[in-house]
Design a protein around this ligand. Sequence first.
Ligand code: ADP
Length: 728
Amino acid sequence: MKGSTKTGLLRGLIAAAVSIAMLFGLMAVEYYLNPDNQAAQSSAAQTAETPAVPAVAEAEPISADANAAGAFQPGTYTATANGFGGPVDVTITIGDAGGIADVVIAGQGETPDVGGAAIPELRNQIITAQSADIDGVSGASFTSGAVKEAAANALALASGQEIETGPKAEGDNLFIPGTYTGSSKGFGGDVEVTVTVSEMAIEDIQISGDHETENIGSFAVSMLGERIMDAQSPNVDALSGATVTSSAIMRALQQALTEAGADLSRFPAPEEADPDAPKTDETLDCDICIVGAGGAGMTAAIKATQAGKNVILLERMPYVGGNTTKATGGMNAAETHYQAEQGIEDSVQQFIDDTMEGGHQMNNKDLVTVMAQNSAKGIDWLDSIGAPLPKVSFSGGATNARIHAPEDGSGVGAFLVTRFLNKVNELGINVLYDTKATELISDNGTVVGVKAESADTNYTINAKAVILTTGGFGNNQDMIVQYRPDLEGTVSTSAPGAMGDGIVMAQAVGADLVDIEQIQLHPTVEQGTSMLITESVRGDGAILVNQEGKRFTDELLTRDKVSAAELEQTGGYAYILFDQRLRDGLKAIEKYVSIGITVQADTIEGLAEQIGCDPATLSETLSTWNQAVANKNDEEFGRDTGMENDLSVAPFYAIKIAPGIHHTMGGVKIDTQAQVINTEGKPIPGLFAAGEVCGGVHGGNRIGGNAVADIVVFGTVASESAVAYCDK
Ligand code: ADP
């Protein structure tokens, strides 16, 4: 994927919206949430010589054993590399026997909770390895990279080598003009950054790499590029929710700039924003204010702008996409031209029936009918904005092949969000990033605007109509526990902005809620990374086995049933199993392999060993399954879809998975016009809502592929209703 920068509206908005304190806070949060980071943190904490404030790791006496004989010349050597917030100095003392006797690392500019906390551990790693070739500390990859680089240079000096410092820009110039490329390891592979510089400025930046592995798309990465261009510095804030990718980009950029002759110490560390600084007040006017730039919000914004309305789109994160970015499967739609072209028989009625049955008949059938009836039109609209979804296949809970995905099998969410954002930018829609809506403005029961805040501004946005598209509350543990105490502590696949803000704001103006306790667990979530293994893996033929190596369910039952079946197995988890043929046919699998959550073996027995189950049992499970595929008859569990290919092409793969919070199905009550309904059953004038913030469409269980259908169809309905309301 490519992310590139361009000047313009976005750039100015982003520059205005950056909040250093917030991002540092979020990075720290991410650090503590990641189990690897907890391990790193505790290992640092257990180190006896760890100082209380570890931005500098002071020397403690090192045992004589550490002075392993080596090729180094006794003495003390210092080298510097650029860390997250400025230079990191590594001073290495070589003992008489030629081994590393001591290491002092000074990185005062590193984020205290992240890079700073990692420094004592990095010091220990160098001493233990007697080398600069160390693992580093996950979650503090920026600091780790700087320490490794500086340590390698210090050891090069200790070996009598000259350190290659490269050419230097002359005089006051910052760079030697030209185009330079750097690369660094990101979440799932190498990230490459190519910069074009003049003597005093970064003129262009191109960033490439598989950013979707961190569930951000090229749009988020291009925003980081915008920040770098605005700051004209490699020292900018990471993207919250994507710090590993951000760090890799920064390292690659530093490498490229160093090649360009830059002295990195000339670029100041980002200044911390003053949280107590007074905010300015700003009043804006528009026809329609749309709160939340996920799939529903961007659909509504595009449609309303095309209908001639002046739109302001608010987004609390520094980038668009929300949970929509994370949608991996596709969009359910019936009676589409793609189905017709592929000879697939399906009907709107069957779509309604499947959705109602999947939702345990708890769904609002009127809303389901609107979604199903307008789904084919939604597919046509996506075609028209350059976001075609031609690949049609089976998905759990659907009688017919109905889930529509991108041609190349890539995740539907990032695919759509990238294209929605292109359209939003093309139409010049005013998107306020890092701007959180806090309150709906109500005038005698009619909604007439939104209050919102960014790092430096309090906004009053007057609007003729407001559309809430703030998504769900899967990331708000307090709300989860409030409505579903039994789910306390369950991992969530939700995006950082899924905090339930829209639900709280709507309730404050009298909105009713529906099915709020209906929270969907997704059955295939890798627990260490919270990464969701797309339903398409099972749809294309994968099976689930328990720790004993046995299948235990029809893998394509609805998500609630499969999740419940998993929770009954030993340890409450399972393994999803597939083969090389399946991997070859599904691009999404590449990221699972590249981030290391798969295990693989050339034989079934070998795979059994990898996952610690009985080889004979797993082998028998596979041959029974392959026979069922051949006979098109699964006698054990009655599965009858996703059986086109057996699992027989080596190597074989497994991913350990368990249920995770995936979608909050309940929310604000709406009618078929997407008007928000109050507790007396009446529409609240001026207020509309669409997408995951609403309840009623999915009932007690959402079928895979219906979230995208929901956002496209109801994003459109809400937009049309708001436009009509403005024109009244
Ligand atoms: P959907 O597309 O179903 O509406 P998403 O999760 O894709 O849901 O998008 C919701 C978006 O709303 C996210 O990008 C999220 O960051 C944003 N959002 C949530 N709360 C607020 C808020 N208070 N102000 C502005 N944006 C918000």
